[in-house]
Design a protein around this ligand. Structure first.
Ligand code: PBG
Length: 322
């Protein structure tokens, strides 16, 4: 036998020499859930190890993450029903706890990269990402709300806006508005290929944001299809996105590769709540080793072409890498 591929696997040292992909803490964005009030740190039932924080406890959490080398955070708000309405008007109320919280975080830690989510669902009494009329999600009317929300978040100090709503034309609409209001340095990470997925379940628990009727299939994408991702990516590039994101990650590694092969913008992937909870649930039963599964999952996402990974595993990964 002249060729023995096993020779390149014979020791840890040799394996490290030939290792093509390794995940770094630098690649990760840590999603965090913010609630109103103070001294709160409440575990999300369906996401062991993940908490809803009030701003004071979130500041300490960010501080401990910074010590581990995590520099990027995506903050999502959890609103009580009493503050939700059909127009998501709380999303651009300058006094709302989410915007005040973002401002406070950025003031305390100006060096971090702060990301936010642009969509109506956390603030909507219908639990949808857009304005609902007669059971339909209105596209162009929703852009107006997304625009106001984006300006309010940019004004609070957000570095990267993440439109996750899947309305047509929103990236260009938001880009123009940001530029008109002198937020030229505020970036947009578009949820380019966001599929209507079962894997968002635990996130909707964390935010109490499940749709009150129907599903999100008229705006989020159909997981049977690939070409739609190319259409969305073409539009996002034309409309001025700075990053293209694929979401979820694990069942969509082919889509991550497709976008990375065809576009020069950096590709991000969102390793979503359900993907995290599957590992945690099976580890809790002793069926899988959480750390090994975590590193394998993150490496596979990076290997498929994502430079950036949004993941609830960020802190655990950073601790493991110490
Ligand atoms: C809001 C939004 C969702 C997620 C990120 N932004 C949920 C949804 O679209 O229903 C999911 C994140 C996760 O599951 O971790 N539009």
């Amino acid at each position: 036998m002249q060729r023995r591929p096993r020779r390149n696997r014979k020791s840890q040292a040799v394996r490290e020499l030939v290792e093509e992909t390794s995940v770094s803490v630098k690649d990760l964005i840590f999603p965090l859930f913010l609630v109103d009030g103070n001294k709160k740190k409440i575990e999300v039932g369906s996401m062991p190890g993940i908490y809803r924080y009030s701003v004071d406890t979130m500041l300490s959490e960010i501080e401990s993450c910074l010590k581990l080398g995590i520099k990027s955070f995506d903050v999502f708000p959890a609103y009580p029903e009493s503050l939700k309405d059909s127009q998501a008007s709380e999303s651009y109320n300058p006094e709302t706890f989410y915007l005040k919280g973002l401002r406070e975080i950025k003031k305390q830690f100006p060096e971090i990269c702060l990301m936010s989510d642009v969509a109506m669902d956390p603030y909507s009494s219908d639990g949808h990402d857009g304005i609902v009329k007669d059971g339909k999600i209105l596209n162009d009317e929703t852009l107006q709300v997304l625009g106001r929300m984006s300006l309010a978040q940019a004004d609070a100090g957000v570095d990267i806006l993440g439109p996750s709503d899947m309305m047509d034309g929103r990236v260009g609409f938001i880009r123009d508005l940001l530029d008109e209001h002198d937020f030229k340095d505020t970036s947009i990470m578009s949820y380019t290929a966001k599929y209507a997925s079962a894997f968002y379940g635990p996130f909707r628990d964390a935010l109490d944001s499940a749709p009150k009727f129907g599903d999100k299939k008229t705006y989020q994408m159909d997981y049977s299809n690939t070409k739609d991702a190319l259409i969305e990516a073409d539009l996002d590039v034309e409309e001025g996105a700075d990053f293209l994101m694929v979401k979820p990650a694990l069942s969509y590694l082919d889509i991550i590769k497709l976008l990375n092969d065809n576009y020069s913008l950096p590709i991000a992937a969102y390793n979503v709540s359900g993907e995290y909870s599957m590992v945690k649930a099976s580890a809790a039963n002793g069926w899988i080793e959480s750390n090994r599964a975590m590193v394998e999952i993150l490496t596979s996402i990076k290997r498929s072409g994502a430079k950036i990974i949004l993941t609830y595993f960020a802190k655990e990964f950073a601790e493991l890498s110490q």
